[in-house]
Write a new protein. Sequence first.
Length: 419
Amino acid sequence: MNLFNLSLPAFLILIILPLPGCYQQTNDHPAPKAENEHKHHHHSDINEFDRHSKTDSKHVHQEINEVHLSESMLASLDIRIDTLPVRSLSGKFKVNGRLALFPQHRATVTAILGANVTAIEVIEGEKVHKGQILAYLSHPNLTNLQAAYIRVYNQMQFLRKEYLREEHLFEAGVGSAKAYQQAKADYLAMKGETAGYEAQLVQLNIDAKQVRTGKILRSVPVVSPIDGNIEKVLIQLGQFVDPNATLFMIMNLDHIHADLMVFEKNVSQVREGQRVSFRVESLPGKTIAARILAVGKNFEQTPRAIHVHAEIEQKHNLMIPGMYISGEIHIENSSVTALPESAVVTDDGKSFIFSAEHHHQNEKTEWIFRPVEVRTGISDDGWIELSPVESFPDDAKVAWNNAYYLIAEINKSETSHAH
């Protein structure tokens, strides 16, 4: 009992005495465990910083496609902001093409029968009139044709008289019906054969009435089917030409016109009656006026365009089919969505305007501008037609100017982020 009472205080002293020593050692020499905990805590801070840095970097990357401007910066740049307006423009767009003729103003002269060329009356480039003699052809077949015509014509006249006589007898009741019907059939058959010969003579420009009087032509004329100019002479004297062989090519330059190619994006802007102005190298320094008379309906794939035909108001003898032309089609009083040209910028082959949004945050006001891709059309007096590629609200606000500054800021941000 007494032992227990004496030993208890001594035990407590043994427990308490080491405490000051341990406290002193902790202050003078930090324990390795504490140091490890400190290092672990420091490493966690670095990881946390890296994580936030990556998040911030991702956030910057997502927002480099927009520009933030304060009210004061907006005022200093004098950027005007409003909705997309509708404006009446009288513009023009560029076209090119060639001088051309419609098929009805070109002619190919061919030989009806095989014959020899005995005379050529014209040269290339010469102006000719419809019915004018171009050359003469000669061959025994031509004289044989005329002789055959005289023979069948006279036979037809004989059969006609026989037919009329049998008809009179039949109506009087003294002739047989069979004889009457046979006479009629013979006459009509020969009449048809005679008409066939006459048609051949007309094609050869031979007067059948003269042939019936016994005047047989040894050579036959080749005549022009239209007014125009000789484009090509494809025969020589003494040459034998086969049936259907081409002898001459003729074109009527009085009807030359502008054949223009209008690309797909401008097709909706083309109408009959629109003014056209173009230039041709054969008339340097001269601008030629025309008006659209027909819009083609065949869409060509190469290039992706349609043909538009324009009638030339004042033609010139130096205009020749096939010559290259370049010009403009004028568009008058068209109500379209448009902006000042300074509101539109081209980047990487695409056209953009900038939408504008007003933001209030933390008692601060700023404007956020984002690029909006558009298609452009006609331009007039500093304004340009446009239509957004994707749907765009009618009441959305856009920047009316300084598009080059805004796209430069975006490109600068992208360059900085890349580094």
